[in-house]
Each structure stands twice: as structure tokens, then as C-alpha cells.
Design a protein around this ligand. Structure first.
Ligand SMILES: [Zn+2]
Length: 161
């Protein structure tokens, strides 16, 4: 159970990146208080909880143990990337993300007025990408979500652009 991730996790010793399109993430960590290793495996939607947990703990730990905080931050990034990949794949499969040709992509800063087409969350701050298509309205993406979407789109459609 992901929520039971122990509070005394001191160091992440191995993070297994998922193979797209699966969001299965394995995180192995060692707690100072207990000998041995913890192993966590998670999938959507638990991955979202794990990402948030890792992010909040990295912030808490940062002042006293920068090495562990960095590991937690890296793990949170990896989990977030896995989530984006999984969501992009699902949305392409379901047709929720159109496959029309892209005509232009603009990068900017999100002002919180657009939702990301991959993760559905409001885009606030850098980076927001606005993608224009041959037909249909433009779509908006977080930087990471855009990368995952482009990657999945290419692999599913054999597209170069
Ligand atoms: Zn997003």
C-alpha cells in the first residue's frame, strides 16, 4: 500500500524507470531505523500520491540533508514523467487527443487560465506550450506532459514531426 510509505525512509537506493506506456514504478528505499529494504511498486492513481509525497518530503528534508532531498526530487520527477507518459498514451488511444498535423508550437508561461491536455491540471508558471493544429482549436500542455505526448504520438503514429 503506497500510503504506508514509512516516514523514516532515509535514502532511495534504486529507482526503476517504467517502460512506456506502463506507469509501473519501482522504488527501493532504506530506512535508518530498520535494517533491510523497502520496496514500493505503484501504478496510477497511486503514482500521483507517491509523486506528491516525494515532493513534499524533499522540501522538508532539504535544509538538513541535501543529498536525500535531491534523490527524492529526482524520484518525484521520474514518477511525474511516468504519469505523463501513461496519460498521454491513454488519451491518444482513446482519441481524446487529436492526431491532426501540428502547424506551430509556442512556448510561454502559464497564467492559470488553461488546463493541460494531458494531465488536466491548470498550467501555472513556466513552461506552457500552446500547440496549433491543421484543424481544431489549439491545445495547451505542461513542458513534461508535452514531451510525453510527442514521444507517444511518434511511437504510435510513426510520425516525424
Ligand atoms: Zn500536464
Amino acid at each position: 500500500m503506497l500510503i504506508s510509505l514509512p516516514q523514516d525512509v532515509a535514502r532511495l537506493i534504486r529507482i526503476t524507470a517504467p517502460s512506456p506506456p506502463s506507469a509501473l514504478v519501482t522504488i527501493v528505499a532504506r530506512g535508518d531505523a530498520v535494517d533491510g529494504y523497502y520496496e514500493f511498486r505503484c501504478q496510477q492513481p497511486e503514482a500521483i500520491v507517491l509523486r506528491d509525497w516525494l515532493q513534499s518530503h524533499a522540501e522538508t528534508i532539504r535544509s538538513t540533508d541535501s543529498a536525500t532531498a535531491t534523490l527524492l526530487t529526482d524520484a518525484a520527477e521520474l514518477v511525474a514523467g511516468a504519469i505523463a507518459t501513461e496519460l498521454a498514451y491513454e488519451r491518444l488511444l482513446s482519441g481524446a487527443l487529436q492526431s491532426a498535423a501540428i502547424t506551430r508550437t509556442q512556448a510561454g508561461v502559464g497564467d492559470g487560465t488553461h488546463r493541460c491536455s494531458v494531465c488536466d491540471e491548470w498550467i501555472v508558471g513556466p513552461v506552457q506550450l500552446r500547440v496549433f493544429f491543421l484543424d481544431g482549436p489549439p491545445r495547451y500542455f505542461h513542458g513534461r506532459c508535452h514531451d510525453a505526448w510527442v514521444q507517444q504520438r511518434r511511437s504510435m503514429m510513426g510520425e516525424d514531426a
